[in-house]
Design a protein around this ligand. Sequence first.
Ligand code: SF4
Length: 483
Amino acid sequence: MAADSNAVDAERAGAAVRAAGGKALFGMGLEELRAVVEGLGLKRYRAVQLGDALYKQRVERLEEITTLPVALREELAAQGYGVGLPELVQTAKSVDGTERYLVRLTDGETVETVWMPGGDGGERGDGSEAASEEEGEVGDAEDAVEVRSHVSEARRSPQRASSLGTPRRGAPALSQNKYGDSDSSHPSEQSSPGTPASSQNDASRGARQNDERDLGGYKRATICISSQVGCAVNCQFCLTAKLGMRRNLTAGEIAGQVAAVLNRQQVRIGSGKGVETPSRINLVFMGMGEPFLNYDAFMRAVHVLRAMGIPESRMTVSTSGILPGILQFANEPVRPKLALSLNAPNDTVRGEIMPITRKWSIAALLDAVRAIPLGKREYVTFEYVLLGGVNDQPEHAREVLALLQGMKAKVNLIVWNPGPGIEYRQPTPEAVAVFHRMLIDGGIPTFTRRPRGRDIYAACGQLKRTLSEGVAEPGLVGIQPVA
Ligand code: SF4
């Protein structure tokens, strides 16, 4: 099991970065930055300047750190230091606005990161601040972010704007969701389980989303981050599992995906002064890999991301059920929200689709989750990928209800996304509707996740490193180098 080989993976990751010949500053905490500047014989306050440049300004090169004297920047470079942000080397754009990036790390390994303008609906009903906004409430302005107008950016800096890709104004509306679930910002639409939304609702939602774009940006967006190159957990419905496990990411590589995507999307996180389009960024650790099998780097990344201005209340980590990780997570003074990939109503079914269940049973996982001290408004999310004929029947819904009885739980239903080489079939819309309604009627807040980026293999479980292998999967569209 990968948990046992964690230390080896971490060591391999460190060795790989060292072999690449660079010392990445991005990802270092203040103490480490202090050690760097003191090693160069400089005053400690230089570490704060360095941190501000890395995490507030999100510089990409040492030359951009203008608060440091040129001689100091040259000295850092001479010592082998660099910013070390991961590089977005290719992108695929979906008709629904989702962008999937192939992200190259310093040793040449690649992972994938996904940008979902408008969010992915995953926060709904979890009682958090992010959820309130998903449901149409107005939040505080403190951590508002700006999604700059590409037009105004072009006026300010034509060169930079053109290097950052195609403006999204006029992008097509989100595709209609045949499951009628969660592509809405109004709670009443959410609480109509199993009832496909009317085409009128879809149309008005599409118009509203286009209005947002016409204002020059999105109100909010979600970034899905990878935590490992490949994954060892081997969930049978997941394309990433087909890659096997290659190595852990460092904290800088995990948080650096967010910095690289925000830079590409020209998003500035700030207090609101000069902000043209107040927007929010939510983060989900749901990309390639199992975050709790790379626990220390994941938690360090959380702190780096907070330093970038994204509060932990806007982050959700998803685990397949790594018991030691959940126990450790429960004791963290600062932590994101938790999502547990349940995916089955009992150990027999779960063991078939998620072999890790043979190591840690559902009962053990739920006991560990119950021990997490939740905030007043906090719920634990249970993700449930619906596989046609496997786990999507009414008797399964009844078992899930029994499992979650008495817990502060909500359920995110995810209609399985087909992928090459995986034999499952999608559930019927009727089965999804019945399952959804049964959970709601049983008292569990339930949301069916909006499928994002299905046409570019970017939706949940569809991340696969096909591009790096030089083989485009059938169905991949819009592959183009990032300028
Ligand atoms: S679903 Fe997540 S934990 Fe399971 S194999 Fe895929 S990436 Fe790994």
